[in-house]
Design a binder for this molecule. Sequence first.
Ligand SMILES: NC(=O)c1ccc[n+]([C@@H]2O[C@H](COP(=O)([O-])OP(=O)(O)OC[C@H]3O[C@@H](n4cnc5c(N)ncnc54)[C@H](OP(=O)(O)O)[C@@H]3O)[C@@H](O)[C@H]2O)c1
Length: 324
Amino acid sequence: NCLLLCKEIKTMFLYILGLVTVWYLYRWYKESKRVPNKGSKYVYITGCDSGFGNNLAKHLDKLGFCVIAGCYTEKGETELKKVSSERLTAISLDVAKSESVKKVAAFIKTLVGEKGLWAVVNNAGVATPSGPVDWLTIDDYKSMLAVNLNGVIDVTLSVLPLIKKARGRVVNVASVFGRISPFGGPYCVSKYGVESFNDSLRLNMAPFGVKVLCIEPGFFKTSVTDTVMLKNQFKGLWDRLPQDMKDDYGQTFLETSEFNQLRDSDLMKVVHCMEHAIASIYPRYRYSPGWDAKFLWLPISYMPTWISDRFFLRYSPKPKVSMI
Ligand SMILES: NC(=O)c1ccc[n+]([C@@H]2O[C@H](COP(=O)([O-])OP(=O)(O)OC[C@H]3O[C@@H](n4cnc5c(N)ncnc54)[C@H](OP(=O)(O)O)[C@@H]3O)[C@@H](O)[C@H]2O)c1
């Protein structure tokens, strides 16, 4: 009897394994299909001076798309033009300024004509000021939300009619910190906002044939995660605290606050997800590039609050007056 049961369990296991393999093969085949006529498709990317945006602009240019690269600095614009084809248009853009967003949208309208815009990638973002909530002012929040959240909404609305015309795509770069908030400050707030905007837009645009896709990377080695920059700005926030707050937190809090997260230096993991969202006939709703995103942050985000809180509190520095 026991032998028979073992045999049945083995057969069942093989069936399940077979089904899972067939499912993955089917998904791989379906997702490998790409949209035709790349040369006549315009893709507008924000924040192309560095990091993911810069790499994506160059990658899509090589694949034959017509890239419109929004650059924050003149230097970024010039350097990107130097290494790309004539199809790529680099243009000055500050997503936090409505005038700049409008100007670029008007330019894109004349450029794409009746075809419309195939995709917009809301990539521009900042990660500072970042620190404990009670170290910050409302202006600190406003300055980051202006780029990371209002910028995303403003840019999207400015080109949405052109995207509807092309039955195209909106790709929003959120973060794993749009799913869980392990630290204070406006960054997670802004990324939760992007997630929400993404989800409501996806539902609202579905009847128009517009796809809305979200990228939620883990930690990658770019300027937003630069250890020295993050430490310096943290020290800057500390320096402006009133003495009684400094006494509550204690010098050790400042010294033991850690910014050396494990950062993946393969930015192409993120770029390939962005490219898939733009060019695949069957894109995914969500992409989570990075091992830390898949095996740490997302699983923690599904856990009960008491477990995730315990985990974060266990591994974060405590103020001098801490009662836990
Ligand atoms: N790196 C990560 O681990 C990580 C993880 C999750 C999500 N993300 C998100 O990924 C996106 C890209 O970041 P990244 O990691 O590639 O860092 P990055 O290299 O700093 O890229 C951000 C880009 O946005 C530009 N930018 C800043 N303020 C702007 C503004 N007001 N208007 C237009 N552009 C502006 C920056 O220009 P300057 O370089 O000239 O300042 C830079 O080119 C961001 O939304 C970020 O939040 C990053």
